[in-house]
Design a protein around this ligand. Structure first.
Ligand code: G3H
Ligand code: 13P
Ligand code: ZN
Length: 330
């Protein structure tokens, strides 16, 4: 049993309280490898932002949970070495069982998500409650979810989004004791968040998605005032990356994300954690594809992963400074 406190990590309680008070959101960036972790820490130290390092089920399979945990421990030391002791949380993204959440808590994670959103309501309550009871013994914070995002979530594919029902949130929060709640108001995972027929096209032919359901968010806030809300699926799918990818051998079709102004608006509300993964994937892929085309003789991985890491860092600084408002809050 390893306590996250010995590793220098923090849970999300104080982070979220400050974010709600300050009208900003803490970035939750997924990581699977060293370059992503370096980019996240370099960016958040430079922007002086608190940060949540997220480990998904896919990341555990790809990189191994133990290695990722040691990397997060290393991230704390790395941030100090770079000159700023920023608050860092190690969070399990989309935990799908009590056993998985327990295993992460026991090995040093400071926060877990139990995603029972695809279960019937009462089963979601019971599973979430069980995780909260275990986690709180060790001062580990828990994120629950109500409502289902469209797309692939937790390896469960849903064709349509089931928006969170505001009338459920108070009961869910009270019965489960969760520390934060992920909701469904129109975001979804991946780089194709909306079907072209759901969007309009602007003068340049770029797809413009429908607005997020801020009315649902407001209704939820009214029912659980000041309670930390989480937005998953919040990548904006920058079209400049899509263009670089597609002009350098890629084939991304109809990729569209959540406009940054809408995320800025959400961050000023009770939304205090915003999850971003796909944008990082696009940034790295764009950088790597460009180098492969422009410098075909290059075969030292540092020569393409290094620039990919730099692009990622630039993207994350932009998110902290101009989208989430978390810069300067560490
Ligand atoms: O919630 C989805 C995240 O983007 C993680 O994706 O399961 O492919 O690692 P992944
Ligand atoms: P994106 O696919 O929009 O980056 O969402 C990531 C996410 O929600 C991770 O849990
Ligand atoms: Zn998610």
């Amino acid at each position: 049993m390893v306590s996250y406190k010995e590793l220098g990590l923090v849970n999300t309680r104080e982070m979220f309280a400050k974010a709600i008070e300050g009208g900003y959101a803490v970035p939750a960036f997924n990581f699977n490898n060293m370059e992503q972790m370096q980019a996240i820490i370099q960016a958040c130290v430079e922007a002086s932002s608190p940060v949540i390092l997220q480990v998904s089920a896919g990341a555990r399979k790809y990189a191994n949970q133990t290695l990722l945990r040691y990397m997060a421990q290393g991230a704390v030391e790395y941030a100090k070495e770079l000159g700023k002791n920023i608050p860092i949380t190690l969070h399990l993204d989309h935990g799908n069982s009590f056993e998985l959440c327990k295993s992460c808590i026991d090995m040093g994670f400071s926060s877990v998500m139990i995603d029972g959103s695809s279960l019937p309501y009462d089963e979601n309550v019971a599973l979430t409650r069980k995780v909260v009871e275990y986690a709180h013994q060790f001062d580990v914070t828990v994120e629950g979810e109500l409502g289902v995002l469209a797309g692939v979530e937790d390896e469960v594919a849903s064709e349509v989004a089931h928006y969170t029902k505001p009338e459920d949130v108070e009961d869910f929060v009270k019965k489960t004791g969760v520390d934060s709640l992920a909701i469904s108001i129109g975001t979804s995972h991946g780089a194709n968040k909306f079907k072209p027929e759901q969007c309009t096209r602007n003068a340049d032919g770029i797809l413009v998605p429908p607005e997020l359901r801020f009315d649902i968010l407001e209704e939820i806030e009214k029912r659980i005032p000041g309670f930390p809300i989480v937005l998953h699926g919040s990548s904006s799918v920058p079209q400049e990356y899509v263009k670089i990818i597609n002009t350098h051998g890629g084939a991304l079709k109809d990729a569209v994300g959540i406009p940054e102004e809408q995320l800025r608006k959400a961050a000023k509300s009770a939304v205090c954690k915003i999850n971003i993964d796909s944008d990082g994937r696009l940034a790295m892929t764009a950088a790597v594809r460009k180098i492969f085309v422009d410098s075909p003789a290059e075969f030292d991985p540092r020569k393409y992963l290094g620039p990919a890491r730099d692009e990622l860092k630039k993207l994350y600084i932009h998110k902290c400074e101009s989208v989430l408002g978390s810069a300067g809050k560490a």
